[in-house]
Design a protein around this ligand. Structure first.
Ligand SMILES: Cc1cc2nc3c(=O)[nH]c(=O)nc-3n(C[C@H](O)[C@H](O)[C@H](O)COP(=O)(O)O)c2cc1C
Length: 184
């Protein structure tokens, strides 16, 4: 049976991470996609097109969508990128749109909920919200690529982040070579 995932895209820089994740996930899984209003603006500004994926597109205000209910089972949610505002909403249970409600449901149902945050520097509020979300069951995966794979392009760096997200979703991929020691 096909796996089923929810992808939320919120108003932080780095919509390219969402695009790459969708390219991989939509090949073999059923994907529900929710894009916040500001994420749409930033996607246009950053020149990233999120249309045309084989996904079910949901309106951010469609609060009665199936995925907003705990009775709709799925294999996990990723918010990529995740703004500090959406992080704050999730950390405090303020479920006022389909992204924050679906994340809230993931946490109460103890399902995988990955937040790919992107902000720097981080305030005490950001850090406390990350801790609160993590303690409630979320996985905090800052969009923070490493360099030990010696990336040559921006795409390589994007792949490093998306690969780790896919690992946490238990989705097979070949985006990066796995580390096996220096110069192996
Ligand atoms: C061009 C642009 C870039 C932004 N980048 C970030 C960012 O990297 N991280 C962040 O936390 N907020 C960022 N923001 C602010 C959020 O978009 C803003 O807090 C918004 O209310 C988030 O709403 P959403 O989470 O519902 O999408 C950015 C805003 C703009 C206009």
């Amino acid at each position: 049976m096909k796996k089923e995932f929810v992808v939320g895209v919120t108003g932080a820089s780095g919509v390219c991470y969402a695009r790459r994740l969708l390219e991989v996930l939509c090949k073999d899984a059923n994907v529900h996609l929710i894009i916040s209003d500001v994420a749409g603006q930033i996607a246009a500004h950053e020149g990233v097109d999120l249309s045309g994926f084989a996904a079910t597109y949901h309106d951010i205000d469609a609060i009665a969508a199936g995925i907003a209910s705990g009775s709709h089972r799925h294999d996990g949610m990723v918010i990529i990128p995740c703004s500090s505002k959406t992080l704050a909403a999730i950390a405090s249970g303020y479920a006022d749109n389909l992204i924050t409600r679906t994340a809230d449901v993931c946490l109460k149902e103890q399902r995988k909920c990955i937040l790919v945050t992107r902000e720097m520097p981080l305030s005490t509020i950001h850090l406390k919200n990350m801790l609160a979300a993590q303690e409630a069951g979320a996985t905090i995966m800052p969009a923070c690529p490493g360099f030990y794979h010696r990336p040559k392009t921006v795409d390589d760096m994007v792949d490093m982040v998306v690969a780790r997200v896919l690992d946490h979703l238990n989705v097979e991929h070949t985006l990066v070579r796995r580390w096996s020691g220096y110069d192996a």
